[in-house]
Ligand binder design. Structure first.
Ligand SMILES: Cc1ncc(COP(=O)(O)O)c(C=O)c1O
Length: 287
C-alpha cells in the first residue's frame, strides 16, 4: 500500500501510537519517501488537535495510521480522524492488519482511500496473503512504486484478465477463500466481533478476578487481543514458561513494555472450554 501510493515528491503524514505506526514511518524512510510523523505515547489515544495542527501547517499527500495498534490492543478511533481528513482535504491509508474481519471499518467514508490487511489474523486464513482494498481511481494515475513486486498496479491490471502478475501462494488463497466462507457463516465482521468480545471479556474478567490489571480500559480496547500488566514479582519469561507447560503460549510486550506486560490473543475458533482451561492454568501457575 505505502510502496505503491506514497509519493516521493510530496510528504505523507504518519500518525502513530505503537510499534506498527512507527513501523510505517520506518517503511516510508526505507523507501526514500518524504514524511512527517505525529508520534504519540503508546498508552495514549491519538490527539486529534495535534494532527489538525500538522495538517493545517502544510499539505500532505496522504495520512497513514493503524486501526488496531496490536502493541497495546488499542482500537484507534477512525471516524473523527476520517472527518478531520475530509475537512482538511486529505485521504487516509489504513493499516487494518489486526482489525479487518472483526472490527467496523467505514469503507464508505470519502476520506478513506485504502486499507491494508492480511489473511492470517482476524480472517482466520493462513500466513501468505496480504490484501489492499483501495479506491479504483487511485489506480488510474501514476504508480509511485519503486519496487517491482510491491507495485499494486500490475496486480490490478492482471486481475482484470484473471491472471496474476507474479506467482502466488495458491494454497494460502484457497485457505483465504475457505476462511471468507466461514466469516460469512459467522455473520460477517459483526458476528466475529461479538464472539471475540465474549471470549475476550471472559479472559478479562477471569484474569482480573485473579488480581491482574488491564493495560487499557475496555472501552478503548479491540476485540482480538488483551494486554495485562505482569503480576507483581513476575518476570515475563517465568510466566510464559509456566503457562507453556500447561499448554498455553502468551505473547510478550514490545519495546519498553517488554518487561511490563503480556498479551493474550483470542483469534480463531476458541471454545468456552478453552477459556476455562486457560483460566485454570493461570490460577495454578500464579498459585
Ligand atoms: C497492526 C499490524 N500491522 C502490521 C503487522 C505486520 O507485521 P509483520 O509484517 O512484522 O508481521 C502486524 C503484525 O502483527 C500488525 O499487528
Amino acid at each position: 500500500m505505502l510502496a505503491t501510493l506514497a509519493p516521493s515528491t510530496s510528504k505523507t503524514l504518519v500518525i502513530s501510537n505503537g510499534v506498527y505506526g512507527e513501523r510505517m514511518a520506518a517503511m516510508l524512510g526505507a523507501q526514500g519517501r518524504a514524511f512527517d510523523a505525529c508520534v504519540f505515547d503508546w498508552l495514549a489515544p491519538v490527539d486529534l488537535a495535534v494532527v489538525e495542527q500538522a495538517l493545517q501547517a502544510q499539505d500532505y499527500a496522504f495520512v497513514v495510521t493503524v486501526h488496531n495498534e496490536t502493541t497495546t490492543g488499542r482500537l484507534n478511533e477512525l471516524l473523527p480522524l476520517l472527518d478531520l481528513c475530509q475537512r482538511q482535504g486529505v485521504q487516509l491509508l489504513l493499516d487494518a492488519v489486526s482489525s479487518f474481519g472483526a472490527e467496523a471499518i467505514p469503507f464508505e467514508h470519502p476520506a478513506l482511500a485504502a486499507v491494508a490487511s492480511t489473511g492470517n489474523k482476524c480472517l482466520h486464513g493462513i500466513v501468505g496473503t496480504a490484501l489492499v482494498m483501495l479506491r479504483q481511481d487511485l489506480l488510474q494515475g501514476e504508480s509511485q512504486a519503486n519496487s517491482l513486486y510491491l507495485d499494486l498496479f500490475p496486480y490490478y491490471r492482471q486481475q482484470q484478465t484473471g491472471y496474476s502478475a507474479f506467482t502466488q501462494a495458491v494454497h494460502a488463497y484457497y485457505a483465504l477463500q475457505a476462511s471468507l466462507t466461514e466469516l460469512a457463516a459467522q455473520g460477517g465482521y459483526q458476528g466475529r466481533q461479538r464472539r471475540y468480545l465474549q471470549v475476550a471479556n471472559r479472559i478479562r474478567d477471569g484474569l482480573e478476578a485473579l488480581g491482574l490489571r488491564l493495560l487499557l480500559p475496555r472501552a478503548q480496547s479491540c476485540s482480538m487481543i488483551t494486554c495485562f500488566y505482569l503480576p507483581e514479582g513476575w518476570a515475563y519469561e517465568a510466566l510464559h514458561d509456566g503457562l507453556k507447560q500447561a499448554g498455553f503460549v502468551i505473547y510478550a510486550g514490545q519495546g519498553n513494555l517488554k518487561q511490563k506486560i503480556f498479551r493474550i490473543a483470542n483469534m480463531g475458533h476458541i471454545q468456552d472450554a478453552d477459556v476455562d482451561r486457560l483460566l485454570a492454568a493461570f490460577s495454578e501457575v500464579l498459585g
